[in-house]
Write a protein of this length. Structure first.
Lengths: 144, 143
């Protein structure tokens, strides 16, 4: 296999990490996508892309988690789960290592997610008024 | 310069729509903010790699935005496919079709050659129409 063809296989695994990080994807899955044994894949991936596949996948997940902390009001646990990570403890630790603060502190440093709402408050209020709420005028006897 | 920021679809169920656009279509959540007191949820999704345009997924409004009869009519109209169409583009329609089909997406038609390119179509869970087109140089003989 030419060097370029070998790298092309590794790129397939990298693309898979980019596309499917939200699922419970593992380095073994990435190795399978590249058609290599896990140990050989990890070594080759690190040589070509400059970081281990584990590190690459985790970084994608943490970047996405950071975006969700800024753009949504989901709970930290919900965000952890939605980027394909299962353990809230290791998520918080990894996040702290990369961003230098806890997910909650990171979120607090940005405007709240509701600042992204692009319709006036009065419209949102009218829009979100509960349906089927009446003051029973409709059931009162009609004036004769 | 004026540009498109967000476009919007009416949906019957925001949770169901969110699941479809992120888990099936593979899009990202651009904003999801709920104002409990207002019973209002601003939900925006968009395709990875195109950060400056989003699709707002709004529930069909009731009174006072729309009277009950109109709200029900709009809800049914969307379910009938009258809600509108989102025109998506891709570099490889067949590959996108195969990938999305693999994730359980049901298409209305297989990738089909048209004068303007190759395209296919599907619907979101509410019935909104989505076309996926690989644009090619216009060639009437292809259609």
């Amino acid at each position: 296999m030419s060097a370029a063809a070998g790298i092309r296989h590794l790129l397939r695994a990298k693309d898979l990490a980019d596309a499917r990080y939200a699922e419970s994807l593992t380095v073994a899955d990435l190795a399978r996508a590249a058609g290599l044994s896990k140990a050989h894949f990890s070594r080759e991936f690190a040589r070509v892309f400059g970081e281990s596949p584990h590190q690459y996948l985790l970084t994608r997940r943490l970047e996405r988690a950071a975006a969700l902390l800024r753009a949504t009001d989901w709970s930290v646990a919900q965000i952890c789960h939605s980027v394909g990570l299962e353990s809230l403890g290791s998520f918080t630790t990894s996040f702290g290592r990369v961003y230098g603060q806890s997910p909650t502190a990171y979120r607090a440093a940005y405007p709240p997610a509701r600042s992204l709402v692009r319709i006036p408050q009065c419209v949102a209020l009218a829009y979100g008024r509960p349906k089927h709420r009446t003051f029973r005028e409709d059931t009162a006897a009609a004036p004769s | 310069m004026i540009r498109i920021g967000n476009a919007q679809f009416w949906v019957h169920d925001q949770d169901e729509a969110l699941k479809f656009y992120t888990q099936v279509l593979g899009w990202q959540v651009r904003a999801d903010a709920t104002m409990e007191a207002w019973h209002f949820r601003w939900l925006v999704v968009g395709p990875p790699g195109q950060d400056d345009v989003g699709l707002v997924l709004m529930p069909v409004p009731g009174p006072p935005m729309l009277d009950e009869a109109s709200s029900e009519a709009l809800s049914q109209l969307v379910a009938k496919g009258g809600g509108g169409t989102l025109f998506l583009e891709t570099d490889d329609c067949v590959a996108a079709y195969e990938e999305l089909k693999g994730r359980g997406l049901v298409f209305n038609d297989p990738p089909t050659t048209q004068a303007y390119g190759i395209d296919t179509s599907f619907r979101d869970p509410s019935g909104n129409s989505i076309r996926l087109t690989q644009v090619l140089p216009f060639d009437p003989s292809r259609g």
